[in-house]
Design a protein around this ligand. Structure first.
Ligand code: ADP
Ligand code: MG
Length: 704
């Protein structure tokens, strides 16, 4: 590997490249656009585009693309080459400011949730100058937002950028009340990415993995994760090589890949980057997932990003570490060392607690998908109930605020909760609670619900907007106060009291918590259809419109897209199961039963009993018959979906129809899939290995 500092960002048109390649005034104008969002002058855009093109060509690029994040959850690109016919002959390489700033991909094949009829298929992409252009596969990629021609948003980046503006405006208002001038407060995100690596050769033999990303069948291996020997265990050399190559590729793209380690489940690993501004962190995470797959492929692996590729062992999440920091680099969730900076910290903490309590449903649905449903609520992942962990020490501060008592810190110093003498809040010294969905971890919050395959733009849009709303209310109230300190103190006490129910420091995996959460009136939304039906709740529409994130129509379209995606995912899974049953599993069972039966007959011919074979062939026959029946039931349910869909859609198009559909898949198709799998897995455990038609969990998870 060449030297890391040289390698780092070598494929990125970043600030130092711009400085080197752009005339001073152009560099400055671009800087203003990046910092303040001012529009870019067309002549400036032309100069930037030309410099970008020359730089890209010097790095071997031949094409460019607007790189965007439609509602599919993956990124999209349409490549154009730089070539233009030359005046005399041949070609010249060209790239104009117009091409940099705006693209017009045909938008008709991207999900729009009824926003854009196909006859109005035009959509456009607009350059996001705050995220650097980069080169991937000989193509200059320009990060862009994606909208319909009428300006309705069709992607995940636009709302994120808007939410970042919204929270910045409100946080700056609050800071001004503390006597601090600041132009911008940025949200920061460090998404920890979990994934599985399995052998490509095994993967190729499993239609379920190929078509759905997860195993639809598979009895548990004799060994799982009970020995706790994989987590942080030494990394096998092949995986080590993968991680080294991954780091190198990510570093070239300017992605701060920092930590690589083994996770809890066999074959499960994690990459944690250093945090960045939210929209860049999201862009980089999307890229990371793509690069992981490519590097895995080069190394004879397949990288599984599905939330629950294997039943019975941990699934994969994407922990969304989130904080706020000012343009002067002050982390607003860092407990301060003086009483007044602590008052400011407590206010931002209170704002977050209030936001999480008031918009539990939105946070929950931001992590909802068919894949993540299999993970949430299982023993390794936070339950579907949103709660917050703030640690013992902060917990004590909050308790004292609620009870009006004096706070006694670990050093037994009496503290008055009045703002003028707020406690010197210690850094989190208690154990981290791994079971909490939304945990304060010293100077940031870690939201653990999002799934590994997610684009966390949506999650961050929601956190940002919800916290912006708390801050807006606080700034309004405090701005009017005659005695700021007293008003601040009263506000914190009142809001903490009102939202304390969301704070839970105990074991989130405990069943008793679910009962307790119910008593506290917290939402428990175990499935995607249930969670998503809250998207358009009145309070949520009000939130989004107030902060100019989405129009109500746009929210409805999002709900519809996500519900449809849910139904389609289960539909494909069910069809894949039926296919595997018919073509692989049932024939294997029959073949094995036939051979065993022949063994019985042969033994009988020579006058021997065959009790073991007989017992086995009976068992095989019974279970195969049960499996065949379960398959028929499943097929019927899948078929039934069509009628429910037609009916639901004719009765109520749009998201209401999509709700009925998704409920049908959840209520009817999923249980039939589960039942079928149970019988197939039981058969797997009695059929001889050489007959089983695809690699088992032992093969997949315990390779050398
Ligand atoms: P873990 O939670 O696994 O113990 P760390 O606490 O070291 O690990 O950090 C986890 C992630 O949190 C990293 O990706 C890190 O960059 C990110 N992180 C740290 N500080 C912040 C912050 N202020 N804002 C957002 N993310 C942060
Ligand atoms: Mg973590």
């Amino acid at each position: 590997m060449s030297k890391v500092p040289e390698l780092f960002g070598s494929m990125v048109f970043n600030e130092s490249v711009m400085k080197e390649r752009l005339p001073k005034d152009v560099f400055k104008a671009l800087g203003r656009t990046i910092l303040e969002g001012t529009a870019l002058d067309p002549t400036v855009a032309n100069i930037v585009a030309n410099a970008m093109k020359d730089w890209a060509i010097s790095k071997g690029a031949t094409h460019y693309t607007h790189w965007f994040q439609p509602m599919t959850g993956v990124t999209a690109e349409k490549h154009d080459s730089f070539i233009t016919p030359g005046i005399e002959s041949g070609v010249i390489m060209e790239f104009s400011g117009k091409e940099l700033i705006k693209g017009e991909p045909d938008a008709s094949s991207f999900p729009s949730g009824g926003l854009r009829a196909t006859f109005e298929a035009r959509g456009y992409t607009a350059w996001d100058p705050t995220s650097y252009a980069f080169i991937k596969d000989n193509t200059l990629c320009i990060p862009t937002a994606f909208c319909s021609y009428t300006g309705q948003i069709l992607d995940k980046k636009t709302p994120l950028l808007r939410s970042m503006d919204a929270i910045s405006i409100q946080a700056c208002r609050v800071l001004r009340l503390f006597g601090k001038e600041c132009k911008r407060v940025n949200t920061t995100v460090g998404p920890e990415q979990e994934y599985f690596l399995i052998n490509k050769a095994d993967y190729a033999k499993r239609p379920d993995l190929i078509l759905t990303g997860r195993t639809l069948f598979g009895a548990s291996a004799p060994k799982g994760q009970e020995m706790d020997d994989h987590y942080f265990g030494s990394i096998r050399p092949r995986v080590k090589k993968f991680m080294a190559e991954l780091d190198e590729e990510l570093w070239k793209l300017g992605i701060y890949s920092k930590t690589e380690h083994n996770e809890v489940a066999p074959c499960q690993h994690e990459m944690a980057p250093i945090f960045e501004t939210s929209n860049i962190a999201v862009d980089h995470n999307q890229l990371t997932m793509e690069v992981m797959k490519k590097v895995a492929d080069r190394n004879g692996f397949v990288c599984l990003l599905h939330e629950k590729p294997f039943a019975g062992i941990n699934g994969s999440g994407k922990h969304n570490n989130w904080s706020l920091s000012t343009d002067r680099g002050e982390n607003l969730l860092e407990p301060g060392s003086t009483p007044s900076s602590n008052a400011q910290f407590l206010l931002f903490l209170t704002a977050t607690i209030k936001a999480v309590d008031e918009y539990q449903d939105l946070l929950r649905l931001s992590a909802a998908s068919a894949g993540n449903d299999y993970r949430l609520g299982a023993h390794e992942a936070p339950p579907a109930v949103i709660s917050m962990y703030i640690g013992d020490e902060l917990g004590a501060v909050v308790d004292a605020i609620v009870s009006g008592a004096n706070y006694t810190d670990a050093k037994k110093t009496n503290m008055d909760i009045g703002v003028t003498a707020l406690p010197d809040i210690p850094k989190d010294t208690s154990d981290r609670n791994r079971t909490s969905p939304f945990a304060f971890t010293g100077n940031k919050f870690e939201f653990r619900m999002p799934g590994s395959a997610f684009n966390v733009a949506c999650t961050n849009t929601i956190i940002n907007t919800a916290v912006a709303e708390s801050l807006r209310q606080f700034a309004d109230e405090l701005g009017k106060a005659e005695n700021f300190e007293q008003a601040l103190s009263e506000l914190i006490v009142r809001e903490i009291k009102a939202h304390r129910r969301i704070v839970f420091n105990g074991n989130g995996y405990d069943d008793a918590w679910l009962a307790e959460a119910k008593k506290r009136g917290l939402h428990n939304l175990p499935s995607t259809p249930e969670a998503l039906s809250h998207y358009t709740d009145k309070k949520n529409l009000q939130l989004f419109t107030r902060h100019n994130i989405y129009t109500p129509v746009e929210v409805g379209s999002r709900e519809e897209i996500l519900l449809e995606e849910y139904g389609k995912t289960i539909h494909i899974e069910a069809l894949t199961m039926l296919d595997m049953l018919q073509k692989l599993i049932l024939p294997a069972c029959m073949r094995y039963a036939k051979d065993v039966a022949e063994g019985v007959a042969l033994k009988k011919q020579i006058g021997l009993e065959a009790p073991v074979e007989l017992e086995l062939v009976r068992d095989l026959t019974e279970k195969t018959a049960a499996l065949s029946k379960a398959k028929d039931v499943l097929a019927e349910k899948v078929e039934g979906a069509k009628h429910v869909l037609d009916h639901a859609l004719s009765a109520a198009p749009g998201s209401v129809g999509a709700r009925t559909k998704s409920r049908y898949y959840y209520d009817e198709v999923l249980p039939a899939m589960e039942e079928t799998r149970k019988i197939a897995d039981a058969l797997e455990s009695i059929v001889a290995k050489e007959y089983w038609p695809f690699p088992t969990y032992s093969d997949l998870l315990f390779y050398v």
